[in-house]
Design a protein around this ligand. Structure first.
Ligand code: UDP
Ligand code: MG
Length: 342
């Protein structure tokens, strides 16, 4: 199907940065080079820019950003009032960038997301896609553990009914239409890679090889990664609660058989010695009970954060032009829940 030719878009490249002082300028310089090439080729419009979001860094990230912003017209900055986390920093960047841009591309500040494919991503947008996912075509640079845990995660998520694009993280192009739709989702528990497929619209994929970090260390140690995976799944699927219910059902039937057995034993006058079986049952059932309560507690915790309706991010300072520009979408961030529902 032929899609209508879109006008040449103004592109915003959004970089969330948390303690990225060591490698930030290297990333920004590369992005500027690519941006200028695309500008010269007529792929993107003048006024395209790079937006760096400081997510409460405690190192020199923000002073470095400010110095870059002062030297360059095409670098804009947003400083969040504290560390809100990667997903919230991305959302803050999208909310602000879309005031000025027609399309956005979010990418890591550490050059792991190869900027060489930006041109291809914009071409897919021109060909009709409103969302373009950058997908890793191999995991050769990953450890055995990371490779297999990622695979297990995608399998589990898909089995639980969470719609995800395998091997795609947060390197993606969103058109203004897609960003506006995304910003209308009022949830506080953000898991963007599952929220984006929810908004629909035509999408495309571009494949790339994910590199090593240019400088600094990963902000996702194992514990945070596992937490992120659990958080993602429980934000998009209630199947774990059903599984716990089924488990309870199976265990209760076993208990039923046990009761029948004990009664028969008693009737035929064969007293049970059963101390160990009793202990095992107590510990097993106790453990399962606690686990079941924890699963339900996880969901109640999520409801708790949602009803509080706290802002998803708070901007402390930003480039002047962003302060004065009109929001592209009604901002849900600062409204209490009862107003958001209207
Ligand atoms: N990041 C952020 N806030 C956080 C953690 C990370 O803005 O609380 C940024 C980080 O600076 C980087 C991106 O999110 O630009 C992805 O993080 P990282 O590269 O550490 O994750 P990894 O690639 O190791 O999964
Ligand atoms: Mg990274």
């Amino acid at each position: 199907m032929l899609s209508p030719i879109k006008k040449i878009p103004k592109l915003a490249l959004i970089l969330p940065a948390y303690n990225e002082a060591d490698g930030l300028m290297q990333t920004v310089n590369q992005l500027q080079t690519i941006k200028n090439q695309l500008l010269a080729a007529g792929t993107i419009a003048s006024g395209s820019f790079i937006l760096i979001v400081d997510d409460g860094s405690t190192d020199q990230t923000y002073p470095i950003m400010l110095a870059a912003e002062q030297r360059n017209d095409d670098i804009l900055t947003v400083k969040l009032s504290r560390n809100f986390g990667h997903q919230n920093a991305l959302l803050a960047g999208l909310t602000e960038a879309i005031k000025l841009a027609d399309i956005t591309i979010t990418l890591d500040a550490d050059l792991q997301d190869n900027p060489a494919i930006i041109g291809q991503m914009v071409a897919r947008y021109q060909a009709g896609a409103e969302v373009v996912y950058a997908v890793r075509d191999n995991r050769a640079n990953d450890t055995w553990f990371k490779k297999n845990s990622a695979l297990a995660f995608y399998r589990l998520a898909s089995w639980l009914g969470v719609d995800l694009v395998p091997n795609h993280a947060d390197f993606r192009l969103l058109s203004k239409k897609a960003v506006v739709a995304l910003l209308a989702l009022p949830e506080r528990n953000l898991f963007l890679r599952a929220m984006v497929p929810l908004i629909g619209y035509p999408s495309a994929k571009v494949y790339y090889e994910r590199g090593q970090r240019a400088a600094g260390v990963s902000k996702y140690p194992l514990k945070k990664m596992v937490q992120f995976a659990i958080d993602g799944i429980t934000s998009f699927s209630v199947k774990p609660i059903k599984l716990v219910f089924n488990l309870g059902l199976i265990i209760s039937s076993v208990a039923g058989i046990e009761i029948a057995y004990t009664l028969i034993e008693k009737m035929i006058g064969n007293p049970t010695a059963g101390w160990s079986s009793l202990m095992i049952s107590i510990w097993l059932l106790g453990g399962l009970n606690i686990m079941a309560i924890a699963v339900i507690g996880t969901y109640i915790g999520k409801i708790f954060t949602e009803v509080k309706g706290r802002p998803r991010f708070q901007i402390e300072q930003e480039t002047g032009v962003l302060q004065t520009a009109r929001p592209a979408a009604k901002s849900w961030s600062n409204l209490p829940a009862y107003q958001r529902a209207q």
